[in-house]
Design a protein around this ligand. Structure first.
Ligand code: AMP
Ligand code: MN
Ligand code: MN
Ligand code: MN
Length: 307
């Protein structure tokens, strides 16, 4: 069940509150067909509108391609859209996702970074296809391309779909569990740039770097501390306090950790497609904490105040 009513227009305000626990209508982590989401940017904006969203960020993997289309449709609905992307990188051999919130748009260095990520995806796709041949996926690259249904760079979900359509596994979940999840043979990380490099691109564009879903990397709390320290040293400033549904106790502890590191907190559903448990805005409200919302960052004042 969603936390938010379907069409509660009274909650649509132009200015966001200065605390995280009282917020509604904000979702700063959403995907479209520009990466591995199933709705076009326009369809996504329509759904955000239907769900009562007021402030959103389109965060497709390693690309800004959908932002302009989403912006036009969001403008039509009176929704504030932040240009953004979810960038792939690695830290100590662990694949991490960093959301780039880009109130000033992109920059030359970031554009070059995005181009290098597209190239990295290309090389990685070939490697994934090669590795999956050994488990019975023939012609994996072409199959994954067909599953993607467009020319966009491929991701692991496309290979998961290829494994299903080839009959190697019964469903997507099993594909990740056996072959594509963290540490499995199809989880190829070697092509991703380092964390500090990616944060550097975001800083170059005067953007805000946000660690996406910090609880989904299988790290101990201690390891997460080290990761946050490295992230901050590189110029990172925020992390997602809530990603989709989250246990309140877990969120409470994460809030303490963000507070300790002086990181701003962001929230997002990580929505990919309708029909699943998540839709835009399905975020467990975080408990009261000292963590400042990322929209209180001086660079995001215009966004938070609906300018
Ligand atoms: P990539 O960016 O190519 O490494 O693909 C990562 C994407 O795969 C994530 O953003 C999710 O959309 C999806 N994904 C990761 N793990 C799983 C899983 N266990 N089941 C289904 N989808 C997953
Ligand atoms: Mn994804
Ligand atoms: Mn992610
Ligand atoms: Mn995501």
């Amino acid at each position: 069940m969603s936390v938010f009513p379907t069409d509660d227009r009274e909650t649509r305000s132009l200015t966001l509150p200065e605390t995280l626990e009282s917020v509604r209508g904000v979702d700063l982590h959403l995907h479209s067909t520009s990466s591995d989401g199933k709705l076009s940017p326009t369809e996504l904006a329509d759904l955000c509108h239907a769900r009562g969203m007021t402030h959103v960020a389109l965060t497709d993997h390693d690309t800004l391609d959908g932002v302009e289309e989403a912006r036009q449709r969001c403008r039509h609905h009176g929704i504030h859209l932040m240009a953004a992307a979810e960038l792939s990188c690695q830290w100590r051999g662990i694949a991490l996702h960093i959301v780039a919130l880009l109130p000033h748009g992109t920059s030359r260095a970031l554009d070059a970074g995005l181009a290098s990520l597209a190239h990295a995806r290309e090389l990685r796709s070939r490697e994934i296809a090669h590795r999956l041949e050994k488990v019975g996926l023939d012609d994996g690259l072409a199959r994954a391309r067909r599953e993607a249904g467009s020319e966009r760079p491929l991701g692991r979900p496309d290979f998961a779909a290829a494994l299903v359509s080839a009959g190697v596994v019964p469903d997507i979940k099993t594909a990740f569990k056996r072959y594509l999840g963290a540490g499995k043979r199809g989880d190829v990380r070697m092509h991703w740039p380092e964390l500090a490099t990616v944060v550097g691109w975001i800083r170059d564009a005067q953007g805000i770097a946000v660690v996406a879903h910090p609880l989904r990397y299988g790290m101990t709390r201690r390891k997460r501390d080290l990761m946050f320290s490295a992230f901050i040293e590189a110029g990172g400033e925020a992390a997602e306090l809530v990603s989709g549904y989250q246990n309140p106790d877990t969120t409470h502890d994460l809030a303490r950790q963000l507070d300790f590191h002086g990181l701003y907190g962001s929230i997002g559903s990580d929505f990919h497609y309708p029909g699943g448990a998540l839709s835009p805005g399905t975020i467990s409200p975080p408990p009261r904490s000292h963590v400042e919302p990322v929209w209180c960052h001086p660079s995001l004042r215009g966004f938070a105040c609906g300018e």
